[in-house]
Write a protein that binds this ligand. Structure first.
Ligand SMILES: C[S@@+](CC[C@H](N)C(=O)[O-])C[C@H]1O[C@@H](n2cnc3c(N)ncnc32)[C@H](O)[C@@H]1O
Length: 277
């Protein structure tokens, strides 16, 4: 059983993974990446990095298995409800000023955050003007996001968070229940587009009024966080908003003149024009 991986082992596994799947994990935070690789090896009963290498090069591990084990896909509807409350209060008036606006959720996982926002947009008469783009590197979570089918057991927690986010009705108005599953209202989905996008290697693909990228930067090392933040800023319209996760910050960012802090607690930032001189 593998107990620990050295830095050299990790570098070897990163290089093997990149050759086989074209995923570059060299910009991920090393300690959490080691834990995830150890977990993968335990699950598959590999004792050495060379067993992993053999399995990867012989096609015994699928791309999906790898991503499901190495990346963290945990998400929730109305996660950190105070953030949604502030998005409605601070950002919705800005969105309202556009005939149409675009929102990007990089690392959207299985999409609960997008359905949460869609519900609030609908309650504020903004859903029809919106277009939400959900992207991730993991095709399996994107499929779940596209289906909008979630487990019923979580819904009670979601309901409380929905109300704390400032929801005006009942969360049950927005889904139907079949067996132990809930299916989100198809009207919410009409304004969503899902696609694969790798923040490590793919370029900016549009200009957005709002980017919500929560709990994704935390998995990268400092250098990669800087690169991803540059990509997010580049993808924002001037005066557009960026929302990060509660353990994420821009304080280390090399060029943070381009962002002003709107709400420090809720990690809400705004892109401002750079002043000359
Ligand atoms: C913890 S989830 C965050 C989900 C949601 N944003 C939230 O806060 O509830 C992190 C997601 O980032 C995705 N991810 C990891 N590396 C990525 C990359 N290089 N490009 C795009 N997405 C990535 C993972 O697949 C995972 O779905």
């Amino acid at each position: 059983m593998v107990k620990a991986l050295s830095d050299k082992d990790l570098r070897h596994m990163i290089s093997v993974t990149q050759n086989a799947f074209d995923f570059d994990f060299s910009g991920y935070a090393p300690e959490s990446l080691k834990r995830r690789f150890i977990r993968l090896m335990e699950r598959l009963d590999y004792n050495t990095v060379y067993e992993y290498q053999y399995a990867v090069t012989n096609g015994n591990i699928s791309r999906e298995t790898l991503l499901n084990e190495i990346t963290v896909n945990v998400t929730d509807m109305f996660r950190d409800p105070e953030v949604f409350f502030q998005i409605v209060k601070v950002i919705f008036p800005y969105l309202k000023s556009f005939p149409q606006f675009k929102i990007w959720h990089p690392g959207c996982s299985s999409g609960q955050e997008m359905y949460s926002l869609a519900i609030l947009l609908k309650e504020h008469g903004l859903l029809r003007k919106s277009l939400q783009y959900g992207t991730d590197i993991n095709s399996e979570v994107l499929k779940t996001a596209e289906e909008g089918i979630y487990n019923l057991v979580d819904i009670k927690k979601y309901s409380a968070n929905y109300l704390e986010s400032g929801g005006k009705h009942s969360l049950s108005d927005y889904y139907t229940v079949k067996y132990q599953l809930t299916k989100m209202d198809s009207e919410l989905k009409k304004k969503m587009v899902f696609s694969m996008h790798n923040l490590v290697k793919n370029p900016s693909f549009n200009e957005f009024q709002l980017i919500i990228c929560r709990n994704v930067l935390i998995y990268f090392n400092r250098e990669q966080q800087n690169k991803v933040l540059s990509l997010l800023i580049e993808s924002l319209a001037t005066y557009g908003y960026l929302v990060l996760g509660d353990k994420e910050t821009i304080s280390f960012y090399e060029d943070n003149r381009q962002l002003e802090v709107v709400d420090k607690q809720c990690r809400i930032y705004r892109k401002i024009p750079i002043k000359d001189g």
